[in-house]
Design a protein around this ligand. Sequence first.
Ligand code: SAM
Length: 286
Amino acid sequence: MELTDIGTIKELFSRHGFSFTKSLGQNFLINPSVCPRIAQLGLEGAEDPSEICALEIGTGVGVLTRELAARYKKVVAVEIDTGLKPILEETLADFDNVEVIFADVMETDLAGVIADKLGGAETAVCANLPYYITSPVIMRVLESRLPVRSMTVMVQKEAADRLCAAPGTRECGAISYAVRYYSEPRLMFKVSRGSFMPAPNVDSAVIRMDIVRRHDLSDAEEKRLFGLIRAGFSQRRKQLANPLSGELRKSKEELSALFTELGIKPTARAEELTLDDYIRLARKTD
Ligand code: SAM
């Protein structure tokens, strides 16, 4: 079954009475080279690839799901649109190692899914993410510290640049720091808008975030760290001491002295600090 073939997709849609829901970010992949690459990237570097499981978010007609099922021990996919159910029953019929959960990924207990359905096995998250919830989904997976080895996801090119931007550069945003705190992100390859049906207005890219644990902050310090970053970027054109003085309930003079002690320029803006600068600030300000 060739699920990147437009004729095949249209025939499936008409037979099952399915039509796209734009608000769910339904842009399905029709470029045959993309899904095998995403599936393969999730396995890279694994000691024993035959033991790795996959978690997919948003199956569409199952084009990536099939590539995952062919390579991973078991696949669990979360899809919100129950209208895809009869289609998936047909397109995934060849595989007995796939389970689709029809639910909103933002409401799903993903840790429970990995524990119960994948037996707590090492898991790779692979997805062509619905664009309207790219950042919330990524943050949900990262923050809940799921036992996942990596996330290989397709996102809009602009989002890919921001998610992979090194903290302390012009392209970065608050989310770049969060991503870098939990993972090592890398832009893997670009995907043109013509690779999707219907074609979106922008190009996309596949990024991989390899999960790392390199900081040992307490829960309170971690909470403060992200509070500081959020506050700083809420007024990114201003000198950081302005928004932080409210967040930390300290005078600008006190903050200026603290910045100097930590080797941070007192006039710095949010994007001029490295992740380590924010971490040292969070550790110093309880
Ligand atoms: N994997 C397919 C592909 O590459 O062709 C579909 C990708 S499409 C960009 C995103 C998919 O996510 C759609 O099937 C959509 O219905 C689903 N989706 C949207 N919002 C969702 C949510 N909150 N939870 C789970 N799935 C969702």
